[in-house]
Design a protein around this ligand. Structure first.
Ligand code: 3PG
Length: 315
């Protein structure tokens, strides 16, 4: 296990057949030389699981990902090597849905801006007049676990909810309108993206994408930073095409290792009071953590049980 996992989870894996090695502080350079005999690797997202790593792990059979996104995995290579990959889709959906609503309300009602003003002895009411969510049309791109959870969390606010999912049809529950991307551009004034980072979605949400909306939008990204690069977002904020943004993810989340350009972009955003930032904690609740860890323990134990089953031969 090469990320931080709680003792309660690790204890469940102290069973015959498992020689558990727990190295939460290891970096890639420590991990690679230690993989020669490893059959089960459990991790979060600290390093890429690419061809180089897999070459160093010839006996790897099971890769457990404590989380959902697998953009740091070379999935074709893992399949080629016959490695069983288990992530935990849906385990953090409730958290992401709740946090997306929280960030949206913060933007619409200027909560963070007003909070910092009051702390500076400024009591500005008119300047912080809010906008009601109930009168807005919210567009959700990607209607999987987190997109649908966000829609559920929105029910009760009275807003119109439009959903677009390129890979699904017939999915919309009551209260959600299944629609085209064109309809999202035409009707929505809030956009939240709930799609994985893939070759197809990388840098998809750029300035020209924002330009296609008929009206300025409030934008939420709790998915992955590279899907909506900051360069395009900054230009769209400058033009007023994006009214405000809630960002739980960034292109580079290692704030201690930013390039000069990345740093300048963030400083640009930090000067604005219409951006709500959180450090990739959309799915980071106590409850989602328990669901993720229980899920992985179950899967690891099931893998080991099956591995030890004698093969059944037919006469
Ligand atoms: C996920 O994909 O599970 C969440 O976005 C958290 O991602 P992380 O574990 O890579 O931080």
């Amino acid at each position: 296990m090469v990320d931080r996992f709680p003792i309660a989870m690790r204890e469940q894996l102290l069973v015959p057949g498992i020689d558990l090695r727990y190295e939460p502080d290891w970096l890639r350079a420590d991990i690679l030389p230690a993989l020669a005999e490893v059959e089960v690797l459990v991790m979060n997202s600290k390093t890429y699981v690419d061809r180089e790593l897999l070459d160093a792990a010839p006996k790897l059979k099971f890769l457990g990902r404590a989380g959902v996104g697998m953009d740091h995995f070379d999935l074709p290579c893992l399949a080629e090597r016959g490695v069983q990959v288990v992530n935990t889709p849906g385990a953090n959906a409730k958290s992401v849905g709740e946090q997306a609503v929280g960030m949206l309300i913060c933007m619409l009602h200027h909560i963070l801006k007003a909070d910092s003003e009051v702390r500076n002895f400024q009591w500005l009411r008119e300047e912080n007049r809010g906008t009601e969510l109930g009168d807005r049309t919210v567009g959700i791109i990607g209607f999987g676990n987190t997109g649908s959870s966000f829609a559920r969390c929105l029910s009760g606010f009275g807003c119109r909810i439009l959903a677009y999912d390129k890979y699904k049809s017939g999915y919309a529950p009551k209260g959600v309108e299944e629609t085209s991307l064109g309809d999202i551009f035409e009707n929505c004034d809030v956009l939240s993206i709930h799609i994985p980072l893939t070759e197809e979605t990388n840098e998809w949400i750029d300035e020209s994408f924002f330009n296609r909306f008929q009206q300025p939008i409030w934008f939420l990204n709790l998915a992955r930073g590279p899907i909506a690069p900051l360069a395009g977002l900054i230009k769209s904020l400058d033009k007023g095409q994006v009214v405000a943004a809630g960002l739980d993810v960034l292109e580079n989340e290692e704030l201690g290792k930013l390039s000069q350009g990345e740093r300048r972009q963030l400083e640009n955003l930090f000067r604005r009071n219409n951006i709500v930032f959180t450090p990739h904690i959309g799915g980071w609740t106590h409850e989602s953590q328990n669901r993720i860890y229980n899920w992985l323990v179950r899967e690891i134990l099931a893998y080991l049980k099956n591995r030890y089953q004698p093969s059944i031969s037919t006469p």
